[in-house]
Design a protein around this ligand. Structure first.
Ligand code: ADP
Ligand code: ZN
Length: 294
């Protein structure tokens, strides 16, 4: 059975053909231009294969409410030309197959619980810290949607006592994204994050924010596994600093061996390398074919 997957991003569209076991058979990447020309290239690609379903993990905000007249649309994005874009409709009409749809980060955690580092978990989260901060949430065996979809990258955080940066989130200033994203680091220190590797204070403060957010997610979602990735996490030392500070911040309150004795296996990198998003999209396709909630 061939299934198509799309990891839809603001700069690139990763398209792949896979199977129900999560094996990727073929993949290609298109740059994201206007919806019409971008979709035309993608549709031409998928038409070369006999796919039985398609899954899309998409940048947001998106409408996931199946009762809504704009289900499957990208909503109020700042990305020019993409506001109110019916992405699900475009592919359903062109390819005539069932289409599964969710946020990019929900697709990523779905990939990880199906085939990756959170395999078999009932509750797990995927946090990406890059240009923005996104959190995919899988609870009690399904992806969390609710009113819209979680936007846990925008929770408010307490500023580090040695940090006076006002935060770069246009909506909240000092939310998680405003304080800890790649652009936040860059604007605070007036240098690309990748060039600050040797500056210990940068990563101590960064870990303080990531650990604060993770502590809040542990307290609210009770995840069995936390997957942490995104461009900023290329600073490998952050993993150790974050784990240490999470333990300190929880201060023994969440009394579980996974946190107290084995946190190295609790807060981890993706098991699927660079592929959680695209493999999760393929899984969304499989579930759409079987009409199962992700
Ligand atoms: P996106 O979020 O756009 O999908 P990424 O996850 O690659 O893309 O994140 C890009 C961000 O990651 C940039 O803001 C950049 O500053 C930061 N970044 C990339 N490489 C590194 C690195 N080696 N160390 C720290 N930050 C990095
Ligand atoms: Zn925000």
């Amino acid at each position: 059975m061939l299934i198509g997957g799309i990891e839809a991003g603001g700069t690139k569209m990763v398209c792949a053909i896979g199977d129900e076991k999560g094996t990727i058979i073929d993949r290609t990447v298109f740059s994201t231009r206007g919806p019409e020309e971008t979709f035309a290239d993608m549709i031409e690609y998928f038409k070369q294969w006999k796919i039985e379903a398609l899954g899309i993990g998409c940048f947001g905000p998106i409408d996931l409410n199946k009762e809504s007249g704009t289900y499957g649309y990208i909503k109020k994005t700042p990305k020019k030309g993409w506001q109110d874009c019916n992405i699900v409709g475009a592919f359903k009409d062109a390819l005539g197959v069932p289409v599964g749809f969710d946020t990019d980060v929900n697709a990523a955690i779905l990939g990880e619980v199906t085939w990756g580092a959170a395999k078999g978990c009932d509750c797990a989260i995927y946090i990406t810290i890059g240009t923005g901060v996104g959190v995919g949430v899988y609870v009690n065996g399904g992806l969390l949607h609710g009113l819209m979809h979680p936007e846990a990258g925008h929770i408010r955080l307490v500023r580090h006592p040695e940090d006076s940066y006002e935060g770069c989130c246009a909506f909240h200033g000092t939310c998680m994204e405003g304080l800890a994203s790649g652009p936040a680091i860059e604007r605070r220190y007036k240098k690309p994050a990748a060039e600050l590797g040797g500056c210990d204070k940068v990563w101590k403060i960064e870990a303080y924010y990531i650990a604060q957010a993770i502590s809040n997610y542990i307290l609210t979602y009770s995840p069995e596994k936390i997957i942490l990735w995104g461009g900023v996490m290329h600073q490998e030392k952050l993993f150790g600093l974050v784990r240490e500070q999470v333990r300190e911040m929880l201060n023994g309150y969440v009394s579980h061996d996974g946190i107290e004795c084995d946190i190295e296996h609790y807060i981890v990198k993706p098991g699927l390398g660079e592929d959680p998003g695209i493999k999760g999209a393929i899984r969304l396709g499989v579930l759409a074919k079987d009409k199962i909630r992700g």
